[in-house]
Design a protein around this ligand. Structure first.
Ligand code: HSE
Length: 412
């Protein structure tokens, strides 16, 4: 039977306002927003001022409110709110990937102990229903790989810089459109994508990664000659979150990749996200949709709220305490690294060099590098270096076979 849902909403930014509008346009849902808590209670809002206060207790102590929707950017404040809400027996819907990637186990236990649901579809892939599909649909099919574009801001920047816009202009537009995080470093340095990958690893493989152990490298150091190299080779640069399972080992990282035209992500542009799931029986499947923005993200929040009407909760059935799953660093990457200074480039410890280029403006090396050696550098802050993984550029140290990252999805 459908339950009446009374919502307390935290945050009325891009996604919060989108949710308000989307709820008003959804006749089938028995849900109403009772109160909205925001940081600045004096700010002029587009809806009745009576909805708003900056007093969290107005939601958390209200017994009629049975659902807390948390859509604020401050993950520390969100942590306190979500814990209190779950502890007081309220269901929680959140889009806060940073919060969840940092505190997943604790929040899941808290929800379980209080017999409530904690749902977060909007935290990964915006409008793409990837979490619920991994959780429900693939429950009996053994998953091997999950790979994709999961950050709309960087995909938007890469698309627009490819069309000739400057990085800073593309980023400001992404901010104006409501795609970027309050601190866009999280987008451009790959943290946001890493948090999403942590959630994907949990729902794909049942593995809880410590977010600090997952390498994330973004696109801040990308230079014009890297984009030119890609164009000349008919490749594109995309920021991919890659996760694969080989027996009890998991490879998971976020980094820019050069991808060819046959790659599933090649034509995924602007704020669109795309995730490929590989499983034993269903083979390769592609999920595609808008990964950021007001309505697309609100649509995923709406879907979680709607699922609460039927008491839906994630069951984490893939989590198996007996398994010894662990993140491995025992693999190598085939990468392109460029720099203006030859000396800076020479500090990169390639295990095998395949190609070297020295030019007037910059230099680059293509070769295989042990992942352990990649981790020796803080790449996001190496201003003269840019690294990108090449097609099919992941290989376990112990085996010769290349792990296919160049995943074609041809619909011909
Ligand atoms: N900043 C995020 C992105 C928002 O650009 O993908 C959606 O999670």
């Amino acid at each position: 039977m459908k339950k009446q849902l009374t919502i307390g909403l935290f945050g009325f930014g891009c996604v919060g306002t989108g949710l308000y509008e989307v709820l008003n346009k959804t006749a089938l849902l028995q849900a109403k927003i009772k109160h909205i808590v925001i940081k600045d209670a004096t700010k002029k809002r587009s809806i009745d001022a009576a909805y708003f206060s900056n007093d969290a207790d107005r939601i958390l102590n209200d017994e009629e409110i049975n659902v807390v929707v948390e859509l604020i950017s401050d993950s520390e404040a969100a942590y306190t709110i979500v814990k209190r809400a779950l502890s007081s027996g309220k269901h929680v819907v959140s889009a806060n990937k940073k919060l969840i990637a940092h505190h997943l186990e604790e929040l899941v236990s808290l929800a379980k102990a209080n017999n409530v649901s904690f749902l977060y579809e909007a935290s990964v892939g915006g409008s793409i229903p990837i979490i619920r599909n991994l959780e429900e649909y693939y429950n009996n099919d053994s998953l091997s790989t999950i790979n994709g574009i999961v950050n709309g801001t960087t995909n938007y920047i890469l698309t627009k810089t490819g069309e000739g816009l400057s990085f800073d202009t593309a980023l400001s537009t992404a901010q104006e459109l409501g795609f970027a995080e309050a601190d866009p470093t999280s987008d451009v340095d790959g943290f946001d994508a890493k948090y999403k990958l942590v959630l994907l690893l949990k729902h794909a493989f049942g593995y809880t990664a410590n977010q600090a152990d997952v390498w994330n490298y973004g696109i801040r150091q990308l230079k014009t000659w890297d984009a030119t190299y890609a164009r000349e080779k008919s490749l594109k640069i995309k920021l991919l979150a890659f996760g694969t399972r080989i027996n009890d080992q998991i490879i998971g990282f976020v980094a820019p990749h050069f991808i060819p035209a046959t790659h599933f992500a090649y034509n995924v542009e602007n704020e669109f996200n795309a995730v490929v799931v590989e499983a034993l029986f269903s083979d390769r499947q592609l999920f595609l949709g808008k990964g950021a923005g007001s309505y697309p993200t609100a649509s995923a929040v709406l879907s979680d709220i709607s699922a609460l009407q039927f008491d839906y909760a994630y069951e984490y059935r893939k989590t198996n305490e007996e398994e010894q799953l662990h993140l491995t660093t025992d693999f190598k990457l085939k990468v392109y690294v460029s720099a203006t200074s030859k000396e800076a480039l020479e500090t990169v410890p390639f295990a095998e060099t395949l190609e070297v280029y020295h030019g007037a403006t910059h230099h680059f090396i293509i070769g295989w590098i042990a992942f352990k050696d990649v981790l020796q550098k803080d790449w996001n802050n190496e201003s003269d270096l840019f690294l990108a993984v090449l097609p099919d550029g992941v290989k376990l140290n112990t085996e010769e076979a290349i792990l296919a990252t160049n995943q074609e999805v041809v619909f011909a």
